[in-house]
Ligand binder design. Structure first.
Ligand code: AMP
Length: 376
């Protein structure tokens, strides 16, 4: 299967070639034709499956086809995402894929001053990528009108609900035309999700890719039993004695993240922490440094890591085992993306054994134990 087989136009295929993507991922293969046919889609897919391109590519193509008849720059596509990081990444996708088409887009999210965002909006945009809070805020101030929206995407709907955005979403939907095409993406198909989907989708086609517990099979996983107070030394040992060039390290708390980053810097390993107490600017700088490889280790809490998208991330280290087994799968899903293989190491102290048991149960394997380390 190639992107041209999916009826994608040349400028898009060329942009994909530039990114080095040769084949569509399963979610792209399943969703793109339906979106091009004008259908509503319910997509069950988590981050890492290529779901962003699965909606961005056909939307760009549909907008491009209408370019002649629709000259004015009004918002024709609205993409809602739960976090700033995810919104920025979606925006990066529109930029990369749409660069040969001349379709404008703009991203808005909270936590930064609204001035530049408003200026961008004033210039006129075809595609708006937004988080719900800032969108409503700018709508209420009269900077945004959604009455010409033809394409609406709700991305990571499950997280939207987890984060309490349901009322915001309802308010936003009330302002967009009923006659529209809607694409709804969620990592799960829980009853609350289906209920929301049923209220906003019209006769949708359902597409689904790998359920969460099986994505783990792409990643080589191991666990190190270690006393809590020795985790620092074990991390140093692992980083010194392996070929880990870059790794995303997870901690359970913000303080923990800061502490690990500080420890690493003190032994000469470049590291930055990202979590909710850091300013947007600091988070973006850390992420950028990590992506362009000037920072070797990014230490993150689970919330901050949502939607972090780093191409070719080879290693994830669970400095602390998460309490929820699903969180473990989300964490290790940061590596092993789009078919690449990845490695996940987990440091497990005595009081984390029950979490590890739950994880083994969810992923239906016993993670291999590494006993040949000095802090066993
Ligand atoms: P997403 O699930 O949209 O966050 O995408 C996960 C990662 O896969 C991102 O780094 C994408 O840029 C990448 N990706 C998307 N589509 C493809 C493809 N067809 N081939 C290879 N990588 C892809």
């Amino acid at each position: 299967m190639t992107f041209s087989n999916l009826r994608l136009i040349k400028p898009l295929v060329m942009a994909l070639e530039k990114k080095g993507y040769t084949e569509p991922t399963p979610i792209q293969e399943q969703a793109i034709p339906h979106v091009l046919d004008g259908k509503d889609v319910f997509g069950c897919a988590q981050t890492g499956t290529g779901k962003t391109a699965a909606f961005a590519l056909p939307i760009l193509q549909l907008l491009d086809a209408k370019k002649e008849s629709n000259k004015s720059r009004v918002i024709k596509a609205l993409i809602l995402a739960p976090t700033r990081e995810l919104a920025s990444q979606i925006s990066d996708n529109f930029l990369a894929y749409g660069k040969n088409l001349g379709i404008s887009h703009c991203t808005i999210f909270g936590g930064v001053s609204q001035g530049p965002q408003v200026n961008n909006l004033r210039r006129g945009v075809d595609v708006l990528v937004a988080t719900p809070g800032r969108l409503l805020d700018l709508m209420n101030q009269g900077f945004i009108k959604l009455n010409q929206v033809e394409y609406f995407v709700l991305d990571e709907a499950d997280r939207m609900l987890d984060m309490g955005f349901i009322n915001d979403i309802k308010k936003i939907i009330a302002k967009i035309p009923v006659k529209r095409q809607t694409l709804f993406f969620s990592a799960t198909a829980a009853p609350s999700i289906m209920k929301l989907a049923n209220t906003i989708l019209n006769n949708p086609v359902s597409v689904a890719v790998t359920p969460i517990s099986s994505t783990a099979s792409l990643v080589t996983q191991s666990v190190y039993y270690v006393k809590k107070e020795n985790k620092r030394l074990l991390l140093k040992h692992v980083l010194n004695n392996s070929k880990i060039e870059h790794a995303l390290v997870f901690t359970r708390t913000k303080r923990g993240a800061d502490k690990v980053a500080k420890d690493l810097n003190s032994i000469g390993v470049s590291a930055e922490a990202i979590h909710g107490n850091k300013s947007q600017g600091a988070r973006e700088r850390a992420l950028k440094g990590f992506k362009n490889r000037t920072i070797r280790i990014l230490v993150a809490t689970d919330i901050a890591s949502r939607g972090i998208d780093v191409d070719k991330l080879s290693h994830v280290i669970n400095y602390e085992i998460p309490e929820q087994a699903e969180t473990y799968v989300h964490r290790i899903g940061r590596t092993g993306r789009a078919g690449l293989s990845g490695v996940a190491l987990s440091f497990c102290a005595h009081d984390e054994l029950t979490y590890l048991k739950d994880i083994n149960k969810l992923i239906k394997t016993n993670i291999e134990v590494v006993s040949t380390h000095p802090f066993n």
